[in-house]
Design a protein around this ligand. Structure first.
Ligand code: F6R
Ligand code: ZN
Length: 182
């Protein structure tokens, strides 16, 4: 497929070839406040984020995906994606903000960066950096990601330890804090 459409208002990608819906129950142990997460699972198990992708898996090819990250918090921690390294660590990625507000957290070894995302902003995720998105706004945070077809996703080490920083709400604003589990 050589061309496609995104509904920029709703963040809906047409003709996607893969999609993933992550609910609260898919995020066990990702947040500090497990009790709050369990309560949320019992109270309707809401969707945290949705991903719609067009994939081309060969080396040298490009895939792309829209993520719709819903607004909300688990305890005082904002809704976020699981986060991953690329299986092939030397594969970079481009993120383009389409709607809402968020942060892109990137980490390579002990080096950690976070960049605010908004509509029209392009962020480069260099090779070797794990990356996670966080919705710090009140509405959906929607972005487009473009990545090498053979990048792959490695969720293992992030699922175990998370990132060195967590993003919480403090006095109505976001605050980036040290991860006590790190
Ligand atoms: C692809 C990429 C994004 C994420 C998506 C969901 O390499 O970085 O399309 O896959 O935002 O996040 P994860 O994959 O961490 O659940
Ligand atoms: Zn990625």
């Amino acid at each position: 497929m050589l061309s496609n459409y995104i509904d920029l208002e709703k963040g809906i990608l047409e003709n996607y070839t893969e999609n993933v819906i992550r609910r609260a129950s898919d995020m066990l142990n990702f947040y500090q406040d497990n009790e709050a997460l369990e309560k949320m699972i019992k109270n309707g198990n809401p969707t945290i984020y949705e991903v719609y992708a067009v994939t081309h898996e060969g080396g040298g090819e490009l895939s792309y995906a829209i993520t719709i990250l819903h607004p909300g918090k688990v305890g005082n921690e904002y809704f976020m994606t699981k986060g991953h390294y690329h299986e092939k660590r030397d594969r970079g990625e481009l993120y383009i903000g389409l709607k809402g507000n968020g942060l892109l957290l990137m980490q390579k070894g002990e080096e950690i960066r976070w960049i605010e995302m908004e509509r029209g902003k392009i962020v480069y995720v260099p090779p070797y950096f794990a990356h996670r998105s966080i919705n710090t706004g009140n509405g959906n945070f929607v972005f487009l990601a473009i990545y090498p077809g053979d990048a792959g996703h490695d969720y293992g080490s992030i699922a175990e330890k998370g990132f060195a920083k967590i993003v919480i709400e403090e006095n109505g604003n976001y605050a980036v804090k040290d991860n006590p589990r790190w």
